[in-house]
Design a protein around this ligand. Structure first.
Ligand SMILES: *Cc1c(COP(=O)(O)O)cnc(C)c1O
Length: 378
């Protein structure tokens, strides 16, 4: 669907009932099957009004058509489902661990081969597009916040039929539109910023090419990866406020990143908005905002980082991200993420007042025995 309004207006107005007497919002419609003869048949085949509205909303923002799934991983699996036998995949060295595992499992059973490429390495990604069937980028990446040059990679010569996918979860459709940069598919875990309240699982793929969209819808249907009506309702309801949530969260994230960088007890702050970020200029050119995710390394290591997580009172010690409430966890403690720096904490900045978040971190650092004096940041 074509978007003509500004994104913040579109988020509020798109995907609403149009007939006189209808409610302003699509009601939750628990239904598996529909009376014959009216076009809708069976819910798994894609016909719950709430999904259609969610798909119209996100598709319009990203300049394509959206297909909603039961989770971000279900959306990822639908893409992998398209691969020919013996396909060659290129995956980032840093990406969502579930996608990594999906790729590794297929590799282990001989379905495809997987090559890992550093997120920032534009030349290597461009090379992969010439030889691989699926080139999977995630930018900014989870959890290291590395930024790939999407337009440069997408503009490179391709193996016929090669698919370029960008996991756009961290950026959200407001900060980055991969299809406009040349990707074939943009993926969202709508569980995160789009839903925004840590109360649902939902995934979304956006693409332009009709044949590709048909294959993705067919995969969703046959694999039963359809979102429930309640989840579609919650994702759509959450998306209505995405622009105000994101604006506040990313402004706070930037201030917190600046502050964290000034502290001696932190080794390294990873936030694309910082001038010290290795590809800050690329991030500034590519993104409309630097996002609400920060990763930082507690110099004293894992034990101290765990103590920090346990000592916060405003920030919730929990996995996942993108909610109105700030959440933080030590990522190397997550199975499959042991390769990460042991003291790395990933913070998802919510919509609380930023000074309360700073004070909460400061008291947690002190409780963990860390020095909160400003240091040289090295
Ligand atoms: C959470 C996440 C996913 C997976 O989404 P689910 O909704 O949890 O299945 C994929 N990519 C990224 C970047 C994520 O953060």
């Amino acid at each position: 669907m074509k978007k003509q309004l500004e994104p913040d207006t579109w988020l509020v107005t798109a995907g609403r009932p149009e007939q006189a007497g209808e409610p302003l919002n699509w009601p939750i419609a628990p239904a598996s099957n529909f009376l014959a003869g009216g076009g809708k048949v069976y819910a798994r085949d894609g016909c719950v009004p709430g999904w259609e509205a969610l798909e119209a909303l996100i598709g319009g923002l990203e300049g394509g058509e959206a297909v909603a799934f039961s989770s971000g991983m279900a959306a990822a699996a639908a893409v992998f489902d398209l691969l020919p036998a013996g396909a060659q995949l290129a995956l980032p060295d840093d990406c969502y661990h579930g996608v990594s595992e999906l790729a590794n499992r297929g590799h282990a059973r001989g379905a495809w081969s997987v090559e890992r490429i550093a997120v920032e390495d534009t030349a290597a990604w461009a090379g992969a597009l010439k030889t691989h069937d699926l080139v999977w980028l995630e930018s900014p990446s989870n959890p290291l916040l590395a930024v790939a040059d999407l337009a440069a990679v997408a503009g490179s010569e391709r193996k016929p039929g090669a698919l370029l996918v960008v996991d756009n979860t961290f950026a959200t459709p407001l900060n980055q539109r991969p299809l406009a940069l040349g990707a074939d598919i943009s993926l969202h875990s709508a569980t995160k910023f789009i839903g925004g309240h840590s109360d649902l699982l939902c995934g979304i793929l956006v693409a332009r090419e009709e044949a590709l969209l048909e294959k993705l819808r067919a995969s969703r249907s046959v694999n039963g990866a359809t979102p429930g009506s309640l989840e579609a309702y919650l994702a759509l309801r959450g998306a209505r406020t995405l622009s105000v949530r994101l604006e506040k969260s990313q402004a706070s994230a930037h201030k917190l990143a600046d502050w964290l960088e000034s502290l001696g007890c932190i080794d390294r702050v990873r936030y694309p908005g910082l001038a010290s970020h290795p590809t800050h200029d690329r991030a500034a050119a590519q993104l409309d905002g630097f996002g609400a995710m920060i990763s930082f390394d507690i110099a004293a290591g894992a034990v101290a980082a765990d103590a920090v997580c346990e000592a916060t009172r405003v920030i919730r010690h929990a996995t996942s991200l993108g909610g109105v409430e700030s959440t933080m966890e030590r990522r190397a403690a997550v199975p499959g993420q042991e390769h990460l720096p042991p003291g790395l904490l990933r913070l998802s900045v919510g919509i609380e007042n930023w000074s309360d978040l700073r004070d909460d971190l400061a008291q947690a650092f002190t409780a963990a025995g860390l020095n909160v004096e400003e240091g040289d940041g090295t």
